[in-house]
Design a protein around this ligand. Sequence first.
Ligand code: NDP
Length: 239
Amino acid sequence: MTLPLIVITGASSGIGAAMAQQFSAAGHPLLLVARRIDKLQALQLPNTLCRQVDVTDAAALRTAIQEAEGIHGPVDCLINNAGVMLLGQIDTQDPIEWQRMYELNVLAVLNSMQAVLSDMKARRSGTIINISSIAGKKSFPNHAAYVGSKFAVSAISENVREEVADHNVRIMTICPGAVETELLSHTTSQEIIDNYEDWKESMGGILAADDIARTAMFMYSQPQNINIRDVLITATRQQ
Ligand code: NDP
């Protein structure tokens, strides 16, 4: 049996790469997008189209999706995973970092949903999984701008879920707690990075990217008439 196409953004590392591996192991053809094409290709997954796409470029993402659909048929699941976390204090942080976070974490999610939703509605089938964060539900030190972007992802996801539910399309949100990935490395303040590392150590470790990939697979694998709308998953000791 041929399984349907899954699109994963930001699959070149961390949670996206782990999801690519799990969905591929289950037999799905994939479209993987990120800026580091070498990292996508290094995953060496069968039946997988890797494309160098900056997802803030809505047209480039649409082109890659159309190419993948030409080969594998319609997108059955889009996973909006690409994101960046740039921690900082509002009075000192470079506003360019806010712009980067909102263009990628928020506007690119809107654009990529728009790229697939009309077709999913017409087919009366399809799933979008948006990767938000526990920072889409509560605040943390030095997280103000990032928290705002992830609250936006959670709010937008719930609103779009209501819009498309009648069309039998599922919108799901996963809100991970801290996960061991490259995410923290893009923050420019070494002091903030060091404090974050101490916090992780104080909990005796955090989640692995595979934990989130398993969660996404479980949610997607439910029958189309079941929508696990919103999952908050954290290390047991995380507050
Ligand atoms: P990583 O930094 O490991 O992965 C981020 C991914 O996003 C990379 O594949 C990166 O690829 C991609 N990406 C970044 N910018 C762009 C862009 N402009 N266009 C296309 N792809 C881009 O971090 P995680 O795996 O942790 O992050 C995945 C998601 O999980 C994010 O949305 C993050 O906010 C969320 N999350 C993470 C948590 C954690 O603790 N790690 C906790 C809660 C949520 P490339 O650089 O090649 O473009």
